[in-house]
Design a protein around this ligand. Structure first.
Ligand SMILES: C[S@@+](CC[C@H](N)C(=O)[O-])C[C@H]1O[C@@H](n2cnc3c(N)ncnc32)[C@H](O)[C@@H]1O
Length: 291
């Protein structure tokens, strides 16, 4: 029987292997995997057993922890990350973007300054494409300016989906009707929706692990880092806030997911300014329009 046809459904993960994999996931990607997630980890890595030809989780674990398992560690992290995303998820951030951030950015762009927005942990692209749709709707001429939305993620497999920019009927549910008409093309043969070139043109994707170096040059006007740090422990989260501060310009914003907060210890760097929205502390307008 080939590896692909192998029945792995009865192979169970032992606690020691789980602990070693959890430690590796923390070390490599910051992911916290409590013991309660053992069944989830086992099922997500079942395919990796087959792909690597390992007989059980113990031998998989030895392999993935070894020097020879360096490439497999990327696949393992890819299997362990949660990639759920939606267009216009947590719409209050897009309201802030439209009403408070974009007017300032548009002026900057018209003055010839560069605009940079970072979707950190962009998953399959819905977040950066939603941002791009907002920008295009506000000012189509932005395509002629120095404007870029950077989407980064640790997971190369999910970035391929983001690049493909092809979504099902169900996945486009959050997109307002006028934007669907303007920014999606229906592929009859595949029965999927393709994001238009005008929207894709503003977006670039790169593989990036938030725990490692951030090789981008220059600062960002806005960072979306939503539903990403929730998988990290408080120490890892705390290590990120000063790094984000360094990368966001003095008037900039950072948006987090609904159950994420900037720790009190970092509130000297960012001030709350709306629901899970933060503005760089001391920025000109950080005290205006707080909710
Ligand atoms: C739940 S998705 C969030 C997607 C999007 N931001 C949203 O809110 O809809 C979390 C993403 O974070 C990525 N991720 C997890 N750990 C990461 C790390 N250490 N560095 C970069 N991305 C990471 C995952 O691969 C996943 O695609």
């Amino acid at each position: 029987m080939t590896n692909m046809g192998r029945d792995t459904s009865t192979i169970a993960m032992d606690t020691q292997s789980f602990n070693a994999i959890a430690a590796l996931a923390k070390e490599e990607a910051g992911l916290v995997l409590p013991t309660g997630k053992m069944t989830m980890v086992q099922s997500r890595l079942r395919k990796r057993l087959v792909e690597t030809g390992q007989q059980d989780y113990e031998s998989y674990c030895k392999f993935v922890c070894s020097a020879a398992g360096a490439e497999e560690r990327r696949y393992m992290i890819s299997a362990l990350t949660t990639n759920v995303s939606h267009f216009f998820r947590e719409s209050h951030h897009f309201d802030i973007l439209r009403t408070r951030v974009l007017p300032v950015l548009l002026q900057k762009a018209r003055n010839g300054e560069r605009i940079r927005i970072w979707s950190a942990g962009c998953s399959s692209g819905q977040e950066p494409y939603s941002i791009s749709m907002c920008l295009q709707a506000a000012a189509p001429e932005l395509a002629q300016r120095d404007v870029l939305i950077l989407g980064t993620d640790i997971d190369p497999a999910i970035l391929e989906k983001a690049e493909a920019a092809e979504y099902s009927e169900q996945q486009i549910a959050g997109i307002p009707d006028d934007m669907r008409r303007n920014y999606l093309e229906f592929d009859k043969a595949k029965q999927t929706y393709q994001v238009t070139p005008a929207i894709k043109r503003l977006v670039r994707f790169r593989e990036l692990n938030l725990l490692r170096d951030w090789p981008m040059k220059g600062q960002f006007d806005v960072v979306f880092c939503r539903n990403v740090v929730i998988y990290f422990d408080p120490e890892t989260q705390a290590s990120l806030w000063p790094r984000f501060r360094q990368r966001i310009n003095n008037d900039g914003w950072i948006f987090l997911g609904h159950s994420e907060r900037i720790a009190d210890s970092a509130l000297s760097l960012f001030e709350p300014n709306g629901m899970t929205a933060y503005r760089v502390a001391g920025s000109k307008a950080s005290s205006v329009g707080k909710e």
